[in-house]
Design a protein around this ligand. Structure first.
Ligand SMILES: Cc1cc2nc3c(=O)[nH]c(=O)nc-3n(C[C@H](O)[C@H](O)[C@H](O)COP(=O)(O)O)c2cc1C
Length: 354
């Protein structure tokens, strides 16, 4: 089967239910696109822990005469996971988006996705990513052109508005109009960035009102929380980003909990082994020691939230390989089970819509 066929099959399956029928009605589990994180190397590591059903690339920057960046294409061409990869684009130049969508479709991608959520000021000020949410008419034109150009599944990843969740009502009819194959909703506004107050109720609204399947995204941090978000939103599945960096066992824990099985928590030494695996995969021959340690901090910044505040404090200050592993050993060289849930990141409960 082609990646497109596998992905289309995932989207066709009935909505998930918890309990006895769970193994027949599993939610779609996706790894969120994360710039500089969801590389070929990281996808390989995550897949060894069970992994998601589908991966997203970080976004291809589309403008003028741009072409898909080679290092992102690598994760599609050499996809080591055995599961489909969706190619995400960001931009607002319609001819360039159409041209790049056609180019990307020449590779083994499962779908083409458009980013309508990036909150970086350098992006949204140019009216790309989350900036486009201020202009639904412009989104309408872009989606129309891309829907015509994309012959495989076409998907969108959006936030719920630019400055206010009240904007979501005007966005939904635009999404409904263009026969999307999937909408992923990161239920925060652009100006909210990553602050608490994820509006799972608005994901539920999208799942109710749209003809296409919806993935729920935002702060899913444990298998119990995942089940609560699925129940509250009625979404077809979950897209998980930081929670999966922190806890690569999470996708399998969710599957196990849906089957009614007991969740197996990793021990400290399992987390240590995960860090070693990341190190071995992320190491680039010839790269300076300090750059290598710096690269690992991209991951430990998230993983640390599930370990301890003191770990996060100490690991942020190391500069050498020796110190990096010394700090990891101090906190992780043990057999105690670890939930890897974030300690102090202001996670909102599914019912919380503050
Ligand atoms: C380091 C980092 C990079 C990200 N890069 C992208 C990206 O390239 N495209 C995108 O749509 N979202 C990107 N996001 C947003 C995530 O895909 C996701 O929507 C967000 O982190 C909320 O989900 P989470 O709470 O499960 O992490 C990024 C997030 C992080 C933390």
């Amino acid at each position: 089967m082609t990646p497109t066929e596998i992905f289309a099959g995932l989207l066709r399956a009935p909505k998930p239910v918890c309990g006895d029928d769970a193994s027949r009605h599993m939610p779609v589990l996706a790894l969120a696109p994360m710039q500089d994180v969801t590389t070929l190397q990281f996808m390989r590591v995550i897949s060894r822990y069970g992994g998601p059903d589908v991966y997203w690339t970080e976004y291809f920057r589309v403008h003028g005469d741009s072409r898909p960046e080679k290092w992102i294409l690598d994760s599609i061409i050499h996809n080591p996971t055995g599961r489909p990869v969706v190619a995400q684009m960001i931009g607002n130049d319609i001819p360039a988006l159409v041209r790049n969508a056609k180019l990307l479709q020449q590779y083994p991608v499962a779908a083409i996705d458009l980013n309508l959520g990036c909150p970086a000021p350098v992006v949204y000020r140019k009216c790309a990513g989350g900036g486009l949410l201020r202009e639904p008419q412009r989104i309408d034109a872009i989606l129309g052109a891309l829907r015509d150009a994309v012959t495989i599944p076409f998907t969108v990843k959006t936030r719920i508005g630019f400055a206010s969740p009240a904007e979501f009502d005007a966005l939904l009819p635009v999404f409904a109009k263009h026969s999307l194959d999937l909408l992923t909703v990161h239920a925060r506004t652009v100006t909210q960035m990553y602050r608490p107050g994820v509006r799972y109720d608005l994901i539920a609204q999208a799942a109710r009102e749209l003809p296409c399947p919806v993935l729920a995204n935002g702060n899913v941090y444990s298998s119990s929380h995942a089940l609560a978000v699925l129940a509250e939103t009625g979404a077809r599945g979950l897209m998980i980003g930081r929670g999966a960096i922190r806890n690569p066992w999470l996708f399998d824990q969710i599957r196990a909990q849906l089957r009614g099985e007991k969740i197996k928590l990793p021990a400290g030494r399992d987390v240590l082994a995960y860090l070693h695996e990341l190190w071995d995969n992320e190491i680039s021959p010839g790269v300076r020691e300090s750059a290598q340690v710096q690269r690992m901090k991209k991951f430990t910044n998230f993983i640390g939230e599930g370990v301890a505040e003191k770990f996060l404090h100490d690991i942020r200050r190391v500069e050498t390989t020796k110190d990096f592993w010394r700090v990891c050993g101090e906190f992780l060289d043990h057999d105690q089970p670890m939930s890897l849930e974030p300690t102090a990141v202001g996670v909102a409960s599914p019912a919380s819509v503050s």
